[in-house]
Ligand binder design. Structure first.
Ligand code: FAD
Length: 284
């Protein structure tokens, strides 16, 4: 389908972009890589009057080592994240999840900021960002504010980004030396996750010392599995020792039921994938 008519502005500074958003209110929509927004426009699920393109705003793309964390500009593409060795070293689980996103064309256009703002619960970047305790830097008319990942995802396709605001960066605490894995279950290649599990973990002498676990498509937002994380500490990294703990990962979650599987099936799947991901992350 053809999108409804819209005006297009391409600001060359963040101030101009924020001014355009302030001027047009909820008639305006930000466009980044367009990989989620264009399908939405073509299906006329949304009909903004103005698109504000962030593509020419300087300083929004790129990855900087900021000491304790990596600062990833919101307009950084998936491919730029894959190409930067620092991301693999300090935030391995993000790289592993992004490898599973769609195909090379989409990974060259799609941005991390766009994916997080879109907040599809089946999207692959929410869970790793949650597992890594990242913080979203959001700019608006009142200046910048920082929102931790635990408070960023509000509901289905809804985030803490308010009207007139844009994500400018994501700050990702370094998890240097931690192992990682992203288990994505799909029936055919390039499908959205039926269930996904992001794990980053550290083992000492065959025993799990620290673990972070987050789930994709197990509710209306990415879900952090704090109880399982706590239960994993001090446990031997063997399939048998992990079985019972990981099987509990779906407790309290509200996954969807659809043609790919009902909620009960997804909870079972999440347990199996979590065990696999933990074993891979700790190299067992
Ligand atoms: C065929 C296909 C297959 C796909 N498969 C997968 C998959 O397997 N896994 C997966 O995770 N994703 C998948 N995607 C979705 C895609 O990865 C992302 O959703 C997409 O790249 C979002 O980033 P973008 O830069 O393209 O955002 P856009 O499409 O430009 O924008 C998306 C939304 O975010 C808003 N937005 C964008 N940037 C900002 C910002 N900086 N601040 C505030 N709001 C902003 C826009 O207004 C819009 O509402 C697929 C997409 C397609 C078309």
């Amino acid at each position: 389908m053809i999108p409804a008519t819209f005006d297009y502005v391409a600001p060359t500074s963040l101030e101009e972009a924020l001014a355009a958003l302030a001027e047009h209110g909820d008639d305006a929509k930000v466009i980044a890589g367009g990989q989620s927004l264009l399908p939405v426009l073509r299906m006329r699920l949304n009909t903004p009057e103005v698109l504000v393109d962030l593509g020419r705003v300087p300083g929004l793309a790129g990855i900087t080592d900021a000491g304790e964390h990596l600062r990833v500009g919101a307009m950084t593409t998936y491919q730029q994240l894959l190409d930067d060795p620092a991301v693999a070293v300090h935030a391995g689980v993000l790289v592993k999840a992004i490898t599973e996103v769609a195909d090379p064309q989409i990974r060259h256009r799609g941005t991390i900021g766009g994916a997080l703002a879109h907040a599809d619960p089946a999207g692959d970047v929410g869970a790793p960002v949650l597992a890594l305790d990242a913080t979203m830097v959001i700019a608006g008319p009142g200046g910048e504010r920082r929102v931790p990942a635990t408070e960023f995802f509000v509901d289905l396709f809804e985030t803490a980004v308010g009207e007139g605001e844009v994500i400018v960066a994501i700050e990702i605490p370094k998890h240097t030396g931690w192992g990682s894995a992203y288990e994505k279950f799909v029936r055919v290649a390039h499908q959205w996750a039926i269930v996904g599990v992001a794990v980053t973990a550290r083992a000492e002498g065959g025993t799990i010392a620290e673990a972070r676990v987050a789930l994709t498509n197990m509710g209306s937002t990415p879900v952090r599995a704090h109880d399982v994380e706590r239960a994993l500490v001090g446990v031997a990294a063997t399939a048998e020792d992990l079985r019972e703990i990981c099987a509990r990962v779906g407790e309290g979650t509200e996954p969807p039921s659809d043609l790919n599987g009902d909620a009960h099936y997804r909870r079972h799947l999440a347990g199996v994938l979590t065990r696999r991901a933990v074993l891979t992350a700790v190299g067992a």
